[in-house]
Design a protein around this ligand. Structure first.
Ligand SMILES: NC(=O)C1=CN([C@@H]2O[C@H](COP(=O)(O)OP(=O)(O)OC[C@H]3O[C@@H](n4cnc5c(N)ncnc54)[C@H](O)[C@@H]3O)[C@@H](O)[C@H]2O)C=CC1
Ligand SMILES: O=C(O)[C@@H]1CCC=N1
Length: 295
């Protein structure tokens, strides 16, 4: 990478992913990096912060403690503005925070992690050409294990994508992909942790049904998913090869695999990814509609 992170990084939306990013950036922060987090609400200390997040070292701005008149922090192209709000809150968040950070001419890198929201829409909504990068991380960013995929808009010079990659490298692994793959990424790795939690829960239920104590069943199911995933990652074998290593002819595993095939595990998971990808693509309309109403 040709650059280190410096300047202001402003995270708008201090929710699940905003908090995880703040924590990751704090871990790699130098004196040259200033992290500001913004939320429409006051801090909610009763909510758990990701391990390693030091709230006291953040600048926290909320609707109630910042006003356009007494507080503006003009951002330049050295700075980064990351939108971590829900798609339906994007327009409101730009309206509220743009005067604080951008005035009429600020030109920071704008990163959006909003599901389904194309970079073109973000360019269209900002009144001038900020560089724009879109990213789809996942909830494992909370423990620095995100699978994050990034793309830059066609108008955005490459070094901004490198900066965005450094930011998301702080919370896990990153990949670069063409923007037309981002909805599929959302359906697979963005939403994917939820599918795996269901798998863990169901495996544990199976154990409980067969007499295991609940806690042991959950711990075994979790370690099994973790170990299986690590084996794919570390050996780089095709999952089918690894599955074959578990499957003794005439043994227990093939009996279970037969059952999973009969119940349609594979088509079910494929459909889950397809449906979530399609839903992601449709979210652009939600943002477009909000923009239309605003104009
Ligand atoms: N939760 C996940 O696993 C993933 C979420 N995403 C995307 O990340 C975005 C955020 O998701 P979460 O962190 O789960 O949501 P969240 O609901 O936990 O956090 C959103 C935060 O934005 C704040 N907010 C709402 N309007 C605001 C405004 N006008 N100004 C400032 N802050 C405002 C809310 O108070 C809240 O704290 C969504 O667009 C989602 O599509 C992407 C990948 C994974
Ligand atoms: O459910 C959602 O819309 C977001 C995007 C990926 C994960 N959560």
């Amino acid at each position: 990478m040709s650059q280190n992170l410096s300047g202001n990084i402003v995270i708008i939306g201090f929710g699940n992913i905003g908090k995880a990013l703040a924590k990751g950036l704090q871990n790699i922060a130098t004196k040259e990096l200033n992290i500001i987090v913004c939320d429409r609400e006051e801090p909610r200390p009763h909510e758990n912060y990701p391990a390693g997040l030091d709230f006291k070292k953040l600048t926290y701005l909320s609707y109630s403690n910042i006003t356009e008149k007494n507080n503006t922090i003009p951002l330049s192209d050295k700075d980064t503005l990351i939108f971590c709000v829900k798609p339906q809150n994007f327009v409101e968040s730009v309206e509220r925070w743009k005067p604080v950070f951008l005035g009429n001419k600020g030109n920071p890198l704008v990163i959006s992690i909003l599901a389904g929201t194309p970079t073109e829409l973000i360019h269209k909504y900002f009144s001038y050409d900020c560089p724009v990068v879109r990213c789809m991380p996942n909830i494992a960013a909370t423990i620095d294990a995100s699978a994050s995929v990034l793309c830059a808009s066609s108008k955005t010079p490459k070094h901004y994508l490198e900066r965005a990659k450094l930011i998301f490298d702080a919370v896990g692994k990153t990949w670069i992909a063409p923007e037309d793959q981002l909805d599929a990424v959302t359906g697979l790795s963005g939403s994917g942790p939820a599918y795996i939690y269901m798998v863990i829960e169901a495996l544990a239920d199976g154990g409980v049904k067969m007499g295991l104590p609940r806690q042991l069943a959950i711990e075994l199911a979790t370690q099994t998913v973790l170990g299986a995933a690590k084996l794919v990652q570390e050996t780089k074998e095709h999952p089918a090869v690894l599955r074959d290593q578990v499957t003794t002819p005439g043994g227990t595993t093939i009996s279970a695999i037969h059952e999973l095939e009969k119940c349609g595990l594979r088509p079910m998971l494929i459909s889950a990814v397809v449906t979530a990808s399609e839903k992601s693509a449709s979210l652009a309309k939600v943002v477009e509609e909000k923009i239309r109403k605003q104009q």
